[in-house]
Design a protein around this ligand. Structure first.
Ligand code: ITT
Ligand code: MG
Length: 196
């Protein structure tokens, strides 16, 4: 069975990506399987740049085909912030709670709550070949958090078609409509050919 490494230190992402790629005849491995991977500096200005950098560096380091995800929340009234800085919105030594507090504070007295999650998934080979796929999902930011599933900004991301926040969805429900799910849907079309 072919092996693919998931280059992320975010265990919630690992769970979501494994859910989405579960029906393939591939073995998905990650830091949960005892691999120690170096920190990849996310110093690009775009999701695409950071996503490819993470996938390529780890593919070369481990000599295994590698998938990476760079993602974030883009809020219209904040000119697309926090964007590529989503994970460290409230500073280098931050967490989901502090990031969410900063987000809600910055949206105080702002009526326009339009936002989108963006995800760029990249798959890279140790020889430097890389392909990327982008997925998005549109929602609204609500002040009062709802739900305990998911991670990051999920409790504040209201998805109108389901009348729920992303944190009120199961992994399976979220993956069907999420930015990550949408990006991985595109990757899946190429996957078998890419890993041949
Ligand atoms: O870089 P890796 O190791 O993959 O893990 P990370 O958590 O640092 O991931 P990113 O650099 O891509 O930053 C993404 C941040 O954007 C937010 N985010 C991305 N996808 C999300 C989702 O599905 N739900 C909620 N927040 C999300 C959340 O704050 C993440 O920490
Ligand atoms: Mg990161």
């Amino acid at each position: 069975m072919k092996k693919i490494f998931l280059a992320t230190k975010n265990k919630k992402k690992i769970e979501e990506i494994k859910t989405i790629l579960s029906n393939y005849n591939i073995e998905i491995i990650s830091i949960n399987d005892g691999y120690d991977i170096p920190e990849v500096k996310e110093d690009g200005l775009t999701f695409m740049y950071n996503s490819q950098k993470k996938a390529l560096e780890i593919a070369k380091y481990l000599n295994i085909i590698t998938i990476a995800d760079d993602s974030g929340l883009c809020v219209e009234a904040l000119n697309g912030e926090p964007g590529v800085y989503s994970a460290r919105y409230a500073g280098e030594d931050t967490d989901d709670k502090k990031n969410n507090e900063k987000l809600i504070k910055n949206l105080k007295k702002i009526d326009n709550r339009n936002a989108k999650f963006v995800c760029v998934v990249s798959i890279a080979k140790p020889d430097g070949t890389v392909k990327s796929y982008t997925g998005e999902v549109i929602g609204e930011i609500i002040d009062i958090p709802r739900g305990t599933n998911g991670f990051g900004y999920d409790p504040h991301f209201y998805y109108e078609p389901f009348d729920k926040t992303f944190a009120e969805l199961t992994k399976e429900e979220k993956s069907k409509i999420s930015h990550r799910g949408n990006a991985l849907k595109l990757l899946k079309k190429d996957l078998v050919d890419f890993i041949k």
